[in-house]
Design a protein around this ligand. Structure first.
Ligand code: GLC
Ligand code: CA
Length: 552
């Protein structure tokens, strides 16, 4: 197995808008990140992934790019970026950017030109179609954020495709000029020294010929079979690799939307030379049945174990995964998979133990290192995320759910949960900014904040620091062969990992009850989220949400 630098590394995702505001306008920025580089280094993370920092009208907070080679003025300027990159490297960390190549902003010059006329040279940068025979959109495709995926342009009498908001027109990758533009933008940043890209919705770039109607099979299946994995996708990814990535010491992390464990190796098999790794949606969506804001099942541990196993078996030794339990698109990890009430601290630590001992690169999200939790927003004018706003508006029309339950879903699953400002201390606005932030601060900041946890040796924060350090010293965490123990147990997740002569055993209690686990190995706890390991009569008494790594 090839041991590359990015495999043992920990990726820390920064959502710049919510990280730290350096100039008191209520919006996080690049200088805000520079101010916190010592903090980031103290976490023992290796790779910083910045959500988009490029010029954007912010319909989808930067995932709608109007200039791929310019910095969003709210975030700073190019010299701020260069300083950030230099200082990140000086501290021995790497930096990757977020490449949004499936679509751009309708305020990008390309789209403004394309709209001017049907024979404009930029027209073919996008997907245009005539109305259907009966009038109306050319097919039944739905946007990820609600409504039709087609928007009518009255000037030309045609529709353009947008899989996300109507301000995010999809780029036409069939057009070689589009591909060249994207490759040039990638080179622009790689030449500055960035270390790679997270690739936003990359499986969607090749569209199916003739734009066939989607069958009525539920949105997840539609994504897999109609939007993602298109006919020329792998050709494009290979071209991107040979034209750009392979010329640099850089790596690519794909957002695996629409990728399943059966086709994953087509993307990340080393021999195919396409992408270096991906994070998939099966774990991230394991509490979501069909799509967001539809009836959700609750968390089920055996289901989660089987997802981890399935993926491990499928890509083992032929490709590489990143392990994400949360990011800017999902509610907070401790609120979803742990217990953000009585066992908040224990469960946040236990989830990290699980994440850090799965094969693959550890991918953590800002704020999870202090156990930030979901927020309750009370009125629609507190909601900022376009996905939640669209859902709310649509529901007002369709009345599918009562107002109250629509709001409940937004608070449970909405993306604003993960985007509230980082809670640095217990001062005004949680120390994020001296002005009212763009999105409400979670009122629990007086209890949950960096300053408080910094000085507490038992805090979640110091647990992260310690575990990330230990993980670097033990290859078995990252590369070990996996052996499941008592796989069907509904409350306990237990496994052994072996790498060479190193062996560890991981015991995780996902319940509020004490469970006995047979243990005659007399092992030492390398990591424990409780002060003690209680052994009685050859049984370990696993406490609520206790997590232990034993060195065998
Ligand atoms: C990805 C991003 C998400 C964004 C969408 C459209 O899923 O993570 O935040 O809204 O792509 O770019
Ligand atoms: Ca600012």
């Amino acid at each position: 197995m090839e041991l590359s630098w990015f495999k043992k590394g920990t990726i820390y995702q920064i959502y710049p808008r919510s990280f730290n505001d350096s100039n008191a306008d209520g919006i996080g920025d690049l200088r805000g990140i520079i101010e916190k580089l010592d903090y980031l280094q103290s976490l023992n993370v290796d790779i910083l992934w910045l959500s988009p920092i490029f010029s954007s009208p912010n319909d989808d907070n930067g995932y709608d790019i109007s200039d791929y080679c310019a910095i969003m003025p709210e975030f700073g300027n190019m010299s701020d970026f260069e300083e950030l990159l230099q200082k990140t490297h000086d501290k021995g960390m790497r930096l990757i950017l977020d490449l949004v190549a499936n679509h751009c902003s309708d305020e990008h010059m390309w789209f403004e030109e394309a709209k001017k006329s049907k024979d404009n040279p930029y027209r073919d940068y996008f997907h245009w179609k005539k109305p259907s025979a009966e009038g109306g959109p050319p097919n039944n495709w739905k946007s990820f954020f609600g409504g039709s995926a087609w928007e009518y342009d009255s000037a030309s009498g045609e529709y353009y495709l947008h899989l996300f908001t109507k301000k995010q027109p999809d780029l036409n990758w069939e057009n070689p000029k589009v591909r060249e533009e994207i490759y040039n933008a990638m080179k622009f940043w790689l030449d500055k020294g960035v270390d790679g890209f997270r690739m936003d919705v990359i499986p969607l770039i090749s569209k199916r010929e003739g734009y066939p109607d989607a069958p009525d099979v539920g949105f997840r299946k539609i994504i897999e079979n109609v939007y993602a994995n298109g006919p020329r996708l792998h050709e494009f990814l290979k071209e991107m690799n040979t034209t750009v990535i392979s010329h640099y010491d850089a790596f690519s992390l794909a957002e695996g939307v629409g990728i399943n464990y059966e086709n994953a190796s087509l993307y990340i098999d080393y021999d195919r030379k396409e992408l270096d790794m991906l994070y998939h949606f099966d774990i991230l969506e394991c509490t979501i049945v069909n799509g967001k804001f539809e009836e959700a099942s609750s968390f089920d541990l055996p289901h989660m174990k089987s997802i981890f196993k399935r993926w491990r078996d499928a890509v083992h030794k032929k490709g590489w995964l990143a392990n994400a339990m949360g990011n800017h698109d999902f509610a907070r990890m401790v609120s979803r998979f742990g217990n953000d009430d009585k066992y908040w601290s224990q469960s946040a630590k236990m989830l990290l133990i699980m994440q850090a001992t799965q094969n693959g690169t550890l991918n953590i999200y800002q704020g999870d290192e202090i156990g930030m939790t979901n927020i309750t927003l009370d009125t629609i004018d507190e909601v900022r995320d376009v996905q939640s706003l669209n859902f709310y508006k649509e529901n007002l029309e369709t009345r599918k759910y009562s107002n109250e339950s629509a709001f409940k879903m937004i608070n449970k699953e909405g993306r604003d949960n993960a985007r509230t400002p980082i809670q640095w201390n217990n001062e005004k606005h949680a120390g994020f900014s001296s002005k009212t932030p763009w999105l409400k601060v979670n009122p629990n900041y007086k209890e949950i904040n960096v300053a408080k946890q910094n000085s507490d040796p038992d805090s979640i924060l110091n647990f992260y620091r310690n575990l990330l350090k230990i993980r670097k010293q033990h290859d078995v965490f990252v590369y070990g062969d996996f052996e499941e123990l008592d796989f069907d147990n509904p409350n306990l997740y237990m496994y052994k990992k072996t790498y060479g002569h190193k062996k560890i055993k991981v015991l995780l209690n996902f319940s509020t009850l004490i469970h006995d686990v047979n243990s005659n190995e007399g092992a030492e706890a390398l990591i424990n989220n409780y002060d003690d390991l209680i052994i009685d009569n050859g049984c370990i008494k696993l406490q609520p949400y206790q997590g232990v790594i034993l060195e065998l």
